[in-house]
Design a protein around this ligand. Structure first.
Ligand SMILES: Cc1cc2nc3c(=O)[nH]c(=O)nc-3n(C[C@H](O)[C@H](O)[C@H](O)COP(=O)(O)O)c2cc1C
Length: 198
C-alpha cells in the first residue's frame, strides 16, 4: 500500500502514548471529532453489528461538567488529574447502543485504538478512561438510556512527554507507570521475549 509500511506503522504505535496533560487553551473542533469517529466505520466488529456510537463533547460548559466525573492515573495517588490550564480540549464518549445487544465483544478496544492512532496523526493525544461515574455522566450529558457509556476518551494537544521503558522479564516486574521530577511520564512495557509462549 502506498506510503504505508511495517516500520512506519510500528513508529506510529510506539509514539501513540497515553497523555494526561494538555495545552488547555487549545480546543478540539467537532469537525475533528467527527473525522476521528469516521475512522471507526472501518474497524472489525463482532457479528458486524457495529453497536458503538459516540457523543461529542467540546463546549467549555460540557467539558467542565465531564471533568470532575473522571479518575485520572490511579497509580498517582497524590495527583488529582490535570490542572485547569492542562485539561483536554474535548471528549468522545463511547456508548453501546443496547438496541443491538448487551455486549460489544472487543469492538470497543479496537475502535479506541483506531481513534487514538488517528488522533496521533493529527498532532493530538489523549487518555482512554474507564474509571468514571457512569450514571452521573449520562445524567449531565442527557444521554438516552438506550446508549450505555463504556469509555470516555479525553482528547487534546499534548503538553507532556512520555517515554517507554523496557520492563524486567521476571513475573514480578513492576508495570506501574511513573513520573520523574523533570515532568516526564514513563510507561513500562514488557519485553518481546516475555510475550511469546513457545
Ligand atoms: C481499558 C483501559 C482503561 C483505562 N482506564 C484509565 C482510567 O480510568 N484513567 C486513566 O488515567 N487511564 C486509563 N487508561 C490508560 C492506561 O493507564 C494506559 O493505557 C497505560 O498506562 C499504558 O500507557 P500507554 O497507553 O501509553 O501505553 C486506561 C487504558 C485502557 C486500555
Amino acid at each position: 500500500m502506498e506510503n504505508i509500511n511495517f516500520e512506519s506503522l510500528r513508529k506510529l504505535m510506539i509514539s501513540n502514548r497515553t497523555v494526561r496533560r494538555f495545552k488547555g487553551d487549545a480546543p478540539v473542533s467537532k469537525e475533528i471529532l467527527e473525522k476521528l469517529v469516521e475512522l471507526t466505520r472501518y474497524c472489525p466488529s463482532g457479528r458486524n453489528a457495529q453497536p458503538l456510537k459516540y457523543y461529542m463533547v467540546n463546549s467549555e460548559e460540557q467539558r467542565n461538567e465531564v471533568f470532575p466525573l473522571l479518575k485520572w492515573a490511579g497509580y498517582f495517588t497524590d495527583w488529582d488529574g490535570p490542572e485547569e490550564n492542562e485539561r483536554p480540549g474535548a471528549y468522545l464518549i463511547q456508548c453501546l447502543d443496547t438496541y443491538y445487544g448487551e455486549n460489544c465483544l472487543c469492538d470497543d478496544g479496537l475502535q479506541l485504538e483506531a481513534i487514538t492512532l488517528g488522533m496521533h496523526t493529527l498532532g493530538l493525544a489523549g487518555c482512554i478512561i474507564k474509571a468514571f461515574n457512569h450514571v452521573k455522566l449520562a445524567e449531565v450529558l442527557g444521554i438516552d438510556p438506550r446508549f450505555s457509556p463504556r469509555y470516555v476518551l479525553a482528547i487534546g494537544y499534548p503538553a507532556e512527554e512520555v517515554v517507554i521503558e523496557d520492563m524486567d522479564c521476571d513475573d514480578d516486574a513492576d508495570f506501574k507507570y511513573f513520573r520523574t521530577p523533570d515532568g516526564r511520564h514513563h510507561v513500562p512495557k514488557r519485553p518481546i521475549n516475555t510475550l511469546l509462549l513457545d
